[in-house]
Design a protein around this ligand. Sequence first.
Ligand code: AMP
Ligand code: MG
Length: 319
Amino acid sequence: MAIFKTQVVSEHEDGAISSAVELLRAGNLVAIPTETVYGLAADATEHCAVQQIYEAKGRPSNNPLICHVSDIEMAKSYVVVPPIAEKMMQRFWPGPLSLVLEMRQATKIALPVSAGLHTLAVRCPDHEITRQIIRALGHPIAAPSANPSGKLSPTSVADVKTGLGGKIPLIIDGGNTDVGIESTIVGVRAGKLYLLRPGTVTADDISQAMGEPVFDRDNSEITAPGQLASHYAPTAHVRMNASHADDSEIMIGFGDVAGNYTLSHSGDLREAAQNLFRILRAADNTGAQTIAVAPIPNHSIGIAINDRLKRAAAPREAT
Ligand code: AMP
Ligand code: MG
């Protein structure tokens, strides 16, 4: 694995877009801001470049990557978009919703992007500079979160540097991310919708907008490989639904439940999602053995927050 002096360039700096595009064209990785979390991008049509994503992250090769496109038209050249999917794209793109769709035959997408599946997850990020990078490259970018596999997702340049500094040549600095957790993933099969990963676009938001039910992933025949029980894991253990911290614990509060940190004083779930990974990192950096987390109501965006917390709290797989 090559060693780089990792350069950080502000998204507002002249030449930020062209530097990113040049590196991507030459088959390199670039960390890019999106509205969800920072992504580790490669040209999705370049096999060797995509392979480097798996290497840099230490990501299992059976965990497919999400392809980021600049617009609906670009998505249509790589996946088959049935009317129900197009309607969702029109309603929720650009935004934190990924759709798993049939890949077009004779697609130029490199095989490791989909980990060999015949479906592809596509999304159009709500981030102007990143969309401009994709547009200028002329190809989708494969971009999982810019962190070592299984660790906390990165919501700032400092987080990306901590996890991947020296492994990539460039980080585009877009400040702290807005949404704070990864995109909602919805699978579309035979005109039916399946929630494969919860996010800030909730199943209720989708079924209301579409007038269609959104089924659980358990009822889905769509394989969503790579969703490991333990993921987003800090060094410390995580204890959920805590009303207070024990002696060896550091406490993350929410709403009326106080803590050393709080996800949201006012009990706002959107704010809690935005703060989740930043605060988990801060709590972890105290060196506490266990992070106790206040109960998060399991509705709306709370479902996505609890999904991430459950994975952070799950027993760690030996690697
Ligand atoms: P990440 O890039 O880390 O946000 O993770 C992307 C997740 O999307 C993976 O863990 C998969 O579970 C899911 N995914 C990506 N592509 C597909 C696909 N073709 N079919 C089903 N799930 C997918
Ligand atoms: Mg990730």
